[in-house]
Design a protein around this ligand. Structure first.
Ligand code: SAM
Length: 391
């Protein structure tokens, strides 16, 4: 385990993790001695009251473990407001649905920007699994835009009746639990967790036929004896896209995340996979180190997203890097029009613009895929440098 140079957690954090560890150990016992990694990740991130996202960890921003685009700068939301406002004009009575709204910063900044553009949605729905984060989001909105609080509504699942919607999910797909596997000598093994000497330990089990079929559908060369390879599969993407389709009539969807098209995702070059943990801005490859205190995440296979979309009646309207998307959506103009008396000094804004959009920063690693349903034109944001052909 590579954990030697990590900052020490506090006594309270260690105790919090110990409690979650007990819950995980009990699940392992109940399951007969072994759970697969997806099950472990589900508990480590979302066990009620104890998981990384459902417990009280700071998570976002400089004091937390990682920083997302809406936390880097309000420019992200202000730029996204341009395509969203165009879509609000086009799609009758559209509600905005944001998944996994984190600290609530994107929601607050986006609503503020839409207010300035005089294009407020009737409702802004936040689908958030974590009660603790729902509370945090409410506080952010109350503090930043108290007059708009009544437009925001929190849900723990999608609405039952069909609505017209503009859907936004920033770094949500990467926070879904993944199955992890290893291929060696033409044999596929699934990574899981067991209890040995009273401690959680990683261990492998032979994969079943259903999982092998899934890998074959991803065109992984299982019968290539020279291939020694580890990676992951997110089996939650398809049902998630399906549920999105079931609850929408007309829809425009922006999914923003780090990831690749499938041919790159499963290329030999990436034979170590993309799974990582994050603790205080350090990447760790030690997923059992203090469960509940570190974020666990994997890159997104955007071809899987596109296939799921098409299967469920969406059009794939565009796929590009975050940098290209933000430029298409008017990032430069947003920066140009920032008033001199703005909260953030201009020089700092320019720096933030670079962080969000330059290839060496967040501009290339993060991608944006645009989906739509019931619209006669492609959704905005992909006019230049649309890379759908790579999917
Ligand atoms: C990495 S954080 C990103 C937070 C925020 N969007 C941002 O960019 O700062 C991942 C978020 O996704 C949420 N999440 C994961 N799976 C989800 C799902 N199926 N539905 C709704 N939210 C989900 C988590 O609870 C968490 O708030």
């Amino acid at each position: 385990m590579q954990t030697l140079d990590l900052p020490n957690p506090t006594i309270d954090e260690v105790e919090h993790s110990r409690k979650l560890g007990e819950v995980i150990k009990q699940e392992i016992v109940d399951a007969g001695g072994w759970i697969d990694f997806e099950h472990y990740m589900q508990l480590a991130l979302y066990a009620p009251g104890l998981g990384y996202y459902t417990g009280g960890a700071q998570k976002f921003g400089e004091q937390g473990d990682f920083i997302t685009s809406p936390e880097v700068s309000p420019l992200f939301a202000q730029t996204l407001a341009n395509p969203v406002s165009k879509l609000l004009e086009k799609i009758p009575v559209a509600k905005i649905i944001e998944f996994g709204a984190g600290s609530g910063k994107l929601a607050a900044d986006l609503l503020l920007a839409l207010q300035a553009l005089k294009k407020l949605p009737e409702k802004y729905l936040i689908i958030e699994l974590s009660v603790e984060l729902q509370q945090r989001q409410r506080e952010t909105i109350l503090q930043k835009i108290p007059d708009l609080l009544d437009r925001v509504q929190w849900l723990s699942r999608l609405p039952e009746t069909s609505i017209n919607a503009i859907v936004i999910a920033n770094e949500v797909l990467d926070a879904m639990p993944v199955k992890r596997f290893t291929l060696k000598d033409k044999k596929v093994k699934l990574l899981g967790v067991e209890v040995r000497d009273l401690e959680l330990q990683l261990s492998y089990k032979k994969a079943d036929d259903e999982f092998i079929e899934k890998l074959e559908s991803l065109e992984i060369e299982i019968n290539n004896a020279d291939l020694t390879y580890s990676s992951e599969v997110n089996l939650h993407i398809r049902p998630w896209v399906k549920s999105l389709s079931q609850c929408t009539n007309m829809a425009a969807v922006y999914l923003i995340d780090y990831g690749y098209p499938r041919s790159e995702y499963y290329s030999e070059e990436r034979h170590m996979g993309s799974f990582l943990g994050y603790y205080q801005h350090r990447a760790i490859d030690a997923p059992l180190w203090y469960p509940g205190l570190q974020d666990l995440t994997a890159f997104v296979d955007f071809t899987e997203v596109a296939e799921a979309a098409i299967e469920n009646g969406f059009d794939v309207d565009g796929f590009t890097s975050q940098g290209n998307f933000l430029i298409n959506a008017g990032l430069a103009e947003v920066v140009e029009h920032v008033k001199p008396e703005a909260e953030i000094p201009h020089l700092q804004m320019v720096q933030q613009m670079k962080t969000l959009s330059l290839p060496g920063e967040m501009g290339e690693r993060f991608k944006v895929i645009g989906l739509s349903k019931g619209l006669d034109e492609n959704i905005p944001g992909f006019e230049l440098r649309d890379f759908r052909y790579r999917l």
